[in-house]
Design a protein around this ligand. Sequence first.
Ligand code: MF3
Ligand code: CO
Ligand code: CO
Length: 274
Amino acid sequence: MRTINTDLTFIDGMRNAGKLASEVLDFIEPFIKIGVSTEKIDSLCQEYMRDVQGTIPAPLNYQPPGYPPFPKAICTSVNDVICHGIPGERILKSGDIVNLDITVITPEGFYGDTSRMFLIGDVSILAKRLCQVTFECMWLGISKVRPGARLGDIGAAIQFHAEGSGYSVVREYCGHGIGKVFHQEPQILHYGKAGTGETLQEGMTFTIEPMINAGRRDIKTMPDRWTVKTKDRSLSAQWEHTILVTSSGYEVLTVSDRCPPPAHNILTSQISTF
Ligand code: MF3
Ligand code: CO
Ligand code: CO
Protein backbone atom coordinates (compact mmCIF):
# COMPACT_ATOMS: atom_id res chain seq x y z
CA MET A 1 0.00 0.00 0.00
CA ARG A 2 1.39 3.34 -1.06
CA THR A 3 1.49 6.28 1.35
CA ILE A 4 -0.75 9.11 0.22
CA ASN A 5 0.61 12.48 1.26
CA THR A 6 -2.17 14.93 2.12
CA ASP A 7 0.20 17.13 4.08
CA LEU A 8 -0.45 20.78 3.15
CA THR A 9 3.23 21.50 2.64
CA PHE A 10 3.32 18.64 0.12
CA ILE A 11 0.29 19.95 -1.75
CA ASP A 12 1.60 23.53 -1.77
CA GLY A 13 4.97 22.27 -2.97
CA MET A 14 3.24 20.43 -5.81
CA ARG A 15 1.06 23.46 -6.67
CA ASN A 16 4.17 25.58 -6.93
CA ALA A 17 5.98 23.02 -9.11
CA GLY A 18 2.95 22.63 -11.37
CA LYS A 19 2.55 26.37 -11.87
CA LEU A 20 6.24 26.83 -12.63
CA ALA A 21 6.20 24.03 -15.24
CA SER A 22 3.16 25.58 -16.93
CA GLU A 23 4.78 29.03 -16.85
CA VAL A 24 7.73 27.71 -18.87
CA LEU A 25 5.24 26.89 -21.66
CA ASP A 26 3.65 30.36 -21.32
CA PHE A 27 7.11 31.89 -21.64
CA ILE A 28 8.15 29.90 -24.71
CA GLU A 29 4.90 30.20 -26.69
CA PRO A 30 5.81 33.45 -28.55
CA PHE A 31 9.06 31.87 -29.77
CA ILE A 32 7.38 28.82 -31.34
CA LYS A 33 7.33 30.01 -34.95
CA ILE A 34 8.37 29.01 -38.48
CA GLY A 35 12.19 28.97 -38.70
CA VAL A 36 13.08 28.33 -35.04
CA SER A 37 15.14 25.24 -34.22
CA THR A 38 14.14 22.84 -31.48
CA GLU A 39 17.53 23.35 -29.79
CA LYS A 40 16.88 27.12 -29.64
CA ILE A 41 13.55 26.40 -27.93
CA ASP A 42 15.40 24.11 -25.51
CA SER A 43 18.08 26.65 -24.64
CA LEU A 44 15.53 29.46 -24.12
CA CYS A 45 13.52 27.22 -21.78
CA GLN A 46 16.62 26.10 -19.92
CA GLU A 47 17.76 29.71 -19.37
CA TYR A 48 14.29 30.70 -18.19
CA MET A 49 14.18 27.84 -15.70
CA ARG A 50 17.67 28.51 -14.37
CA ASP A 51 17.84 32.32 -14.43
CA VAL A 52 14.23 33.42 -13.90
CA GLN A 53 12.61 30.58 -11.96
CA GLY A 54 15.51 28.94 -10.16
CA THR A 55 14.16 25.52 -11.17
CA ILE A 56 16.04 22.53 -12.56
CA PRO A 57 14.93 20.82 -15.79
CA ALA A 58 14.22 17.22 -14.76
CA PRO A 59 14.96 15.67 -18.18
CA LEU A 60 18.57 16.92 -18.34
CA ASN A 61 20.81 13.88 -17.76
CA TYR A 62 17.77 11.87 -16.65
CA GLN A 63 18.73 8.22 -16.99
CA PRO A 64 16.21 5.51 -16.19
CA PRO A 65 17.60 1.95 -16.21
CA GLY A 66 18.50 0.85 -19.74
CA TYR A 67 18.59 4.38 -21.19
CA PRO A 68 21.45 6.73 -22.02
CA PRO A 69 21.26 10.08 -20.16
CA PHE A 70 18.72 12.44 -21.79
CA PRO A 71 20.93 15.21 -23.23
CA LYS A 72 18.57 18.22 -23.14
CA ALA A 73 16.32 20.19 -20.78
CA ILE A 74 12.96 19.58 -22.48
CA CYS A 75 11.36 17.18 -24.97
CA THR A 76 10.39 18.46 -28.42
CA SER A 77 8.28 15.95 -30.37
CA VAL A 78 7.48 16.99 -33.95
CA ASN A 79 4.85 15.39 -36.27
CA ASP A 80 5.35 11.60 -36.22
CA VAL A 81 7.43 11.77 -33.02
CA ILE A 82 5.22 10.41 -30.25
CA CYS A 83 7.35 11.48 -27.26
CA HIS A 84 10.89 12.07 -25.92
CA GLY A 85 12.04 13.97 -29.02
CA ILE A 86 15.54 15.36 -28.39
CA PRO A 87 15.97 19.06 -29.26
CA GLY A 88 18.45 19.53 -32.09
CA GLU A 89 19.00 21.20 -35.45
CA ARG A 90 15.50 20.52 -36.75
CA ILE A 91 13.84 23.77 -37.89
CA LEU A 92 10.09 24.14 -37.43
CA LYS A 93 8.25 24.69 -40.70
CA SER A 94 4.72 25.61 -41.68
CA GLY A 95 2.39 22.65 -41.19
CA ASP A 96 4.35 21.06 -38.34
CA ILE A 97 2.76 20.11 -35.04
CA VAL A 98 5.07 20.00 -32.03
CA ASN A 99 4.69 18.87 -28.43
CA LEU A 100 6.80 20.64 -25.84
CA ASP A 101 7.09 18.65 -22.62
CA ILE A 102 8.42 20.46 -19.56
CA THR A 103 9.29 18.97 -16.19
CA VAL A 104 10.74 21.27 -13.51
CA ILE A 105 12.20 20.45 -10.11
CA THR A 106 11.70 23.23 -7.55
CA PRO A 107 14.35 24.14 -4.95
CA GLU A 108 12.18 22.25 -2.42
CA GLY A 109 12.44 19.11 -4.56
CA PHE A 110 8.93 18.93 -6.05
CA TYR A 111 8.27 17.93 -9.67
CA GLY A 112 5.75 19.56 -12.04
CA ASP A 113 5.19 17.91 -15.46
CA THR A 114 3.10 19.31 -18.32
CA SER A 115 3.03 19.41 -22.10
CA ARG A 116 1.10 21.18 -24.85
CA MET A 117 0.81 20.97 -28.62
CA PHE A 118 1.77 23.95 -30.79
CA LEU A 119 0.67 24.38 -34.42
CA ILE A 120 3.17 25.97 -36.80
CA GLY A 121 1.84 28.17 -39.63
CA ASP A 122 -0.79 26.53 -41.84
CA VAL A 123 -1.60 23.15 -40.38
CA SER A 124 -3.80 20.55 -42.11
CA ILE A 125 -7.35 19.97 -40.89
CA LEU A 126 -6.34 16.43 -39.95
CA ALA A 127 -3.44 17.61 -37.79
CA LYS A 128 -5.62 20.23 -36.08
CA ARG A 129 -8.33 17.68 -35.38
CA LEU A 130 -5.78 15.22 -33.97
CA CYS A 131 -4.45 17.89 -31.58
CA GLN A 132 -8.00 18.88 -30.56
CA VAL A 133 -9.20 15.30 -30.01
CA THR A 134 -6.06 14.53 -27.95
CA PHE A 135 -6.74 17.63 -25.81
CA GLU A 136 -10.31 16.40 -25.30
CA CYS A 137 -9.00 12.93 -24.41
CA MET A 138 -6.81 14.42 -21.69
CA TRP A 139 -9.75 16.38 -20.28
CA LEU A 140 -12.13 13.43 -20.43
CA GLY A 141 -9.55 11.46 -18.43
CA ILE A 142 -9.12 14.31 -15.93
CA SER A 143 -12.90 14.60 -15.51
CA LYS A 144 -13.03 11.03 -14.13
CA VAL A 145 -10.70 11.85 -11.23
CA ARG A 146 -12.24 11.78 -7.75
CA PRO A 147 -11.78 9.66 -4.61
CA GLY A 148 -13.32 6.24 -5.18
CA ALA A 149 -12.96 6.31 -8.97
CA ARG A 150 -10.81 3.60 -10.55
CA LEU A 151 -7.76 4.07 -12.73
CA GLY A 152 -9.54 2.13 -15.49
CA ASP A 153 -12.21 4.86 -15.62
CA ILE A 154 -9.57 7.32 -16.82
CA GLY A 155 -8.12 4.98 -19.44
CA ALA A 156 -11.52 3.91 -20.75
CA ALA A 157 -12.72 7.50 -21.26
CA ILE A 158 -9.56 8.38 -23.18
CA GLN A 159 -9.60 5.22 -25.31
CA PHE A 160 -13.30 5.59 -26.15
CA HIS A 161 -12.90 9.11 -27.46
CA ALA A 162 -9.62 8.45 -29.32
CA GLU A 163 -10.80 5.29 -31.03
CA GLY A 164 -14.27 6.72 -31.63
CA SER A 165 -12.55 9.53 -33.54
CA GLY A 166 -10.65 7.02 -35.71
CA TYR A 167 -7.35 7.32 -33.86
CA SER A 168 -5.25 4.93 -31.74
CA VAL A 169 -3.82 5.08 -28.22
CA VAL A 170 -0.09 4.47 -27.59
CA ARG A 171 0.26 1.65 -25.03
CA GLU A 172 4.00 1.60 -24.28
CA TYR A 173 4.08 4.94 -22.44
CA CYS A 174 1.67 6.16 -19.80
CA GLY A 175 1.01 8.76 -17.12
CA HIS A 176 2.64 8.31 -13.73
CA GLY A 177 2.59 9.15 -10.08
CA ILE A 178 4.71 12.25 -9.38
CA GLY A 179 5.81 14.12 -6.26
CA LYS A 180 9.34 14.38 -4.93
CA VAL A 181 10.17 11.69 -7.51
CA PHE A 182 9.76 12.16 -11.29
CA HIS A 183 8.20 8.81 -12.24
CA GLN A 184 6.58 6.67 -9.57
CA GLU A 185 3.62 4.37 -9.05
CA PRO A 186 0.88 4.19 -10.13
CA GLN A 187 1.04 3.87 -13.92
CA ILE A 188 -1.81 5.83 -15.51
CA LEU A 189 -2.76 3.87 -18.62
CA HIS A 190 -4.56 5.79 -21.35
CA TYR A 191 -6.69 2.78 -22.27
CA GLY A 192 -8.59 0.17 -20.28
CA LYS A 193 -11.86 -0.81 -18.76
CA ALA A 194 -14.03 1.36 -16.51
CA GLY A 195 -14.54 -0.03 -13.01
CA THR A 196 -11.17 -1.81 -12.98
CA GLY A 197 -7.76 -0.99 -11.55
CA GLU A 198 -6.58 0.82 -8.46
CA THR A 199 -9.01 3.04 -6.54
CA LEU A 200 -8.11 6.73 -6.40
CA GLN A 201 -7.62 8.36 -3.01
CA GLU A 202 -7.58 11.98 -1.92
CA GLY A 203 -4.04 13.37 -1.93
CA MET A 204 -2.69 11.28 -4.81
CA THR A 205 -0.74 13.24 -7.42
CA PHE A 206 -0.20 11.89 -10.95
CA THR A 207 -0.04 12.90 -14.58
CA ILE A 208 -2.50 12.23 -17.39
CA GLU A 209 -0.68 12.48 -20.72
CA PRO A 210 -2.36 10.60 -23.58
CA MET A 211 -0.33 10.01 -26.75
CA ILE A 212 -2.76 9.59 -29.64
CA ASN A 213 -1.79 8.52 -33.17
CA ALA A 214 -3.64 9.43 -36.36
CA GLY A 215 -2.78 5.97 -37.72
CA ARG A 216 -1.87 2.73 -35.99
CA ARG A 217 -0.70 2.57 -32.39
CA ASP A 218 2.62 0.80 -33.07
CA ILE A 219 5.81 2.60 -32.11
CA LYS A 220 9.41 2.59 -33.31
CA THR A 221 12.33 3.77 -31.15
CA MET A 222 15.12 5.64 -32.95
CA PRO A 223 18.84 4.76 -32.72
CA ASP A 224 19.33 7.60 -30.17
CA ARG A 225 17.28 5.24 -27.89
CA TRP A 226 15.02 8.10 -26.70
CA THR A 227 13.02 9.39 -29.68
CA VAL A 228 9.82 7.40 -30.15
CA LYS A 229 8.00 7.62 -33.49
CA THR A 230 4.89 6.09 -34.98
CA LYS A 231 5.86 2.95 -36.89
CA ASP A 232 3.59 3.91 -39.80
CA ARG A 233 4.93 7.51 -39.78
CA SER A 234 1.45 8.90 -39.04
CA LEU A 235 1.11 12.05 -36.93
CA SER A 236 0.96 11.80 -33.14
CA ALA A 237 -0.20 14.30 -30.52
CA GLN A 238 0.05 14.56 -26.73
CA TRP A 239 -1.13 16.83 -23.94
CA GLU A 240 -0.18 16.48 -20.26
CA HIS A 241 -1.28 17.86 -16.91
CA THR A 242 -0.27 17.01 -13.34
CA ILE A 243 -3.38 16.36 -11.21
CA LEU A 244 -4.17 16.23 -7.48
CA VAL A 245 -7.07 14.08 -6.23
CA THR A 246 -9.12 16.33 -3.91
CA SER A 247 -11.99 15.41 -1.55
CA SER A 248 -14.54 16.41 -4.18
CA GLY A 249 -12.74 15.56 -7.42
CA TYR A 250 -9.55 16.95 -8.87
CA GLU A 251 -7.32 19.98 -8.99
CA VAL A 252 -5.13 20.61 -12.04
CA LEU A 253 -1.72 21.61 -10.65
CA THR A 254 -0.05 22.60 -13.93
CA VAL A 255 -1.99 25.82 -14.43
CA SER A 256 -0.82 29.32 -15.32
CA ASP A 257 -2.14 32.52 -16.86
CA ARG A 258 -1.84 31.39 -20.50
CA CYS A 259 -2.63 27.73 -20.07
CA PRO A 260 -5.47 26.62 -22.41
CA PRO A 261 -8.84 26.39 -20.59
CA PRO A 262 -10.55 23.01 -20.08
CA ALA A 263 -12.22 21.33 -23.07
CA HIS A 264 -15.72 22.38 -21.94
CA ASN A 265 -17.23 21.37 -25.27
CA ILE A 266 -16.48 17.70 -24.77
CA LEU A 267 -17.01 17.65 -21.01
CA THR A 268 -20.58 18.92 -21.37
CA SER A 269 -21.50 17.14 -24.63
CA GLN A 270 -24.37 14.69 -24.72
CA ILE A 271 -22.21 12.01 -26.32
CA SER A 272 -21.59 9.23 -23.83
CA THR A 273 -17.89 8.69 -23.25
CA PHE A 274 -18.01 5.19 -21.79
N1 MF3 B 1 8.16 14.58 -19.28
C1 MF3 B 1 8.07 13.22 -19.71
C2 MF3 B 1 6.87 12.64 -19.03
O1 MF3 B 1 5.83 13.18 -19.21
C3 MF3 B 1 9.30 12.43 -19.44
C4 MF3 B 1 10.48 12.90 -20.19
S1 MF3 B 1 11.83 11.96 -19.72
C5 MF3 B 1 13.04 12.53 -20.72
O2 MF3 B 1 6.89 11.75 -18.24
F1 MF3 B 1 14.12 12.09 -20.24
F2 MF3 B 1 12.78 12.12 -21.97
F3 MF3 B 1 13.01 13.82 -20.73
CO1 CO C 1 4.83 12.85 -17.40
CO1 CO D 1 6.01 15.27 -19.36
